[in-house]
Design a binder for this molecule. Structure first.
Ligand code: FAD
Length: 289
């Protein structure tokens, strides 16, 4: 049986990190998912003038300060993308790319995904469109797969699926050099529309078209409604109260995912509140038993 954590924090930006510090201070058994880079949005900021105590620092410098804070508190980030979370009543099951995890409560801190879905993406979701190539790879044995990737880290997913599929097209939506296996065809173009009949059969690009059986769209974050079925939304954001509680008992959310203003210090403050609320929830559950 897998270990059941008190709290699983999904996201390693300001909101998730602040939640992790407070979960640690409250002596909860927690796990935080994300990347060792912490957050691309943090690294990309040229100068940050509105984070208390860090006037004039670049995002990369603040990232280094955050990383040192984590190290000093012995907090480690689990480098894993969580693809789905299911509420199981008194706990949550979290589906990672490599493993399944269990936690009594969760804090969603995955930030916002600014990209609008491609035309046809929502219509063909589960019918040829997916968000985790490794998870769905067996469905594409000897088939043609296209990967639209927003992060260099996803090149590993392309390499893995190319050992199963008959053909893999890889469309990088980032500027870094692409280093995928030589049997993968790299396409530099702009996706316009996903089309098909019962299942996907084509991806229309700005300058050409690809015949394909499956399309994986690997963005940095998955929309909250896809991530946690049953979660109440407020437009594109997760609906929360002042204690960062969502409609699902034991599920809290913080940071850009719950709405504007999109700011580091607001995200960190909400991460703090979410962790304290999760700790109170756990204490209350314990008292009830
Ligand atoms: P994010 O920082 O977006 O972090 C989310 C994290 O979750 C990421 O690490 C991501 O990889 C991870 N994640 C997402 N989905 C999953 C998943 N399914 N499984 C595991 N991990 C996942 N704000 C300011 O206050 N001042 C500024 O000067 C400023 N400048 C900015 C400059 C730029 C260029 C940009 C893009 C933003 C700027 N912002 C600024 C806004 C700020 O970046 C955001 O408000 C802040 O990063 C939000 O923090 P967050 O923790 O909610 O989300």
């Amino acid at each position: 049986m897998s270990e059941r954590y008190d709290i699983a924090i999904i996201g390693s930006g300001s909101a998730g990190l602040s939640a992790a510090l407070n979960a640690s201070i409250r002596k909860k058994n927690f796990i935080i998912f994300g990347t060792k880079e912490l957050s691309t949005k943090l690294v990309k900021a040229h100068k940050v003038n509105n984070y208390l105590g860090f006037y004039g620092k670049s995002g990369a410098e603040i990232r280094d300060e955050f990383a040192k804070h984590l190290e000093d508190m012995n907090i480690d980030i689990e480098e894993e993308k969580i693809n789905n979370i299911y509420s199981m009543g008194d706990y949550f099951a979290l589906m990672g790319t490599n493993k399944t995890y269990e936690a009594s409560s969760i804090i969603l801190a995955t930030g916002v995904n600014f990209g609008k879905p491609f035309k046809g993406e929502e219509e063909f979701l589960g019918r040829g469109v997916g968000y985790c190539a490794t998870c769905d790879a067996p469905l594409y044995k000897d088939k043609v797969v296209t990967i639209i990737s927003y992060n260099k880290h996803e090149e590993a997913e392309a390499n893995f699926i190319s050992s199963i599929a008959s053909k893999v097209y890889y469309m990088p939506m980032y500027k870094e050099e692409v280093e995928v296996d030589s049997n993968i065809e790299i396409i530099k173009d702009i996706p316009i529309e996903i089309v098909g009949e019962q299942f996907v059969n084509k991806l229309i690009l700005k300058n050409s078209e690809i015949e394909t059986d499956g399309i994986f769209i690997l963005r940095d974050s998955i929309s909250p409604g896809q991530l946690v079925p049953g979660l109440e939304l407020d437009g594109n954001h997760v609906a929360v109260d002042r204690l960062m509680k969502t409609n699902l008992p034991g599920c809290f959310a913080a940071g850009d995912i719950v709405g504007v203003p999109y700011q580091y210090i607001k995200a960190a403050g909400e991460g703090n509140v979410a962790a304290l609320s999760a700790a109170s929830y756990l204490d209350e559950q314990k008292r009830k038993k």
